[in-house]
Design a binder for this molecule. Sequence first.
Ligand code: NAD
Length: 301
Amino acid sequence: MNTHKLIDGKANAARVLLQVREDVERLREQAIEPALAVILVGSDPASQVYVRNKILRAEEVGIRSLEHRLSTDTSTEQLLMLIAHLNADRSIHGVLLQLPLPAHIDELRALEAIAPDKDVDGFHSQNVGGLSQGRTVLAPCTPSGCLYLLEQTCGDLRGKHAVVIGRSNIVGKPMAALLLRADCSVTVLHSRSPSPQLLCRQADIVIAAVGRPRLIDASWLKPGAVVIDVGINRIEDDGRSRLVGDVDFDSVLAHVTAITPVPGGVGPMTIAFLMKNTVTAALAQHQALRSQSEALCRSIY
Ligand code: NAD
């Protein structure tokens, strides 16, 4: 295998986490202890694994973590009360609501209830709007991780043609906004795009966030393209269950300049950027408090 073509998510995530750990130490020297509250409603097995991994990673980098497990029959109002309590708690800097929520809970209301400055997932409309205006905000973790991998792989992204396949609020749309902010020319493809291969074949950079196992083969790619595969799909292969991406990795490898594997590509970057967002949020909240108290002092004296 051409291992030099692999974009190593684990190694890149380790680099981000090392920086986060150093930032946490600096904050602790100023008596700030970054803290992340994670809310899990119900008992979805995959969500339980994700939450456990987030808590473990937080501990590794020195971020205090608090886990709030709520039963499946929790009402929207009860969830909103917990979020309001966490918003008001100045010792907590990040609030993460693990998705998906049970069907009876109003997901949009719950996500909008999280204070924008504690919204470490970047799903609040204020952060979504800010990102679409090209401002520096708390941006969603998976696309932020993809952008980091692209910057490490391609260097300057200005003027590159990037095709994003998928338009979800969690990955596709924020990915497109981040690439626009990085001065790429961006095309977004989705399930209603006619002839997606034709458009995709024009791309220097392809980000696949579809959720269809091995949908993208060499016929979708310009020779030399850089490919980021966000998809995580479980398939049965020769009686064995395993994970594959949205890209048919083996068949495109000879065709591309660089590609992320699945697993070991984008996955580790998501948690690393959650930690990074938590530290960014802690720093921003501390600075906001300091400017408030300075303004108060000025108004008194
Ligand atoms: P989603 O189902 O919300 O969105 C999928 C998108 O793909 C939709 O916008 C749809 O229009 C588009 N689509 C579907 N079929 C298509 C086709 N044939 N051609 C072009 N577009 C098509 O999914 P999502 O939440 O954005 O996740 C996408 C994938 O990324 C999933 O496999 C998910 O598990 C994975 N994911 C991975 C991470 C990670 O950390 N690595 C994080 C989030 C999601």
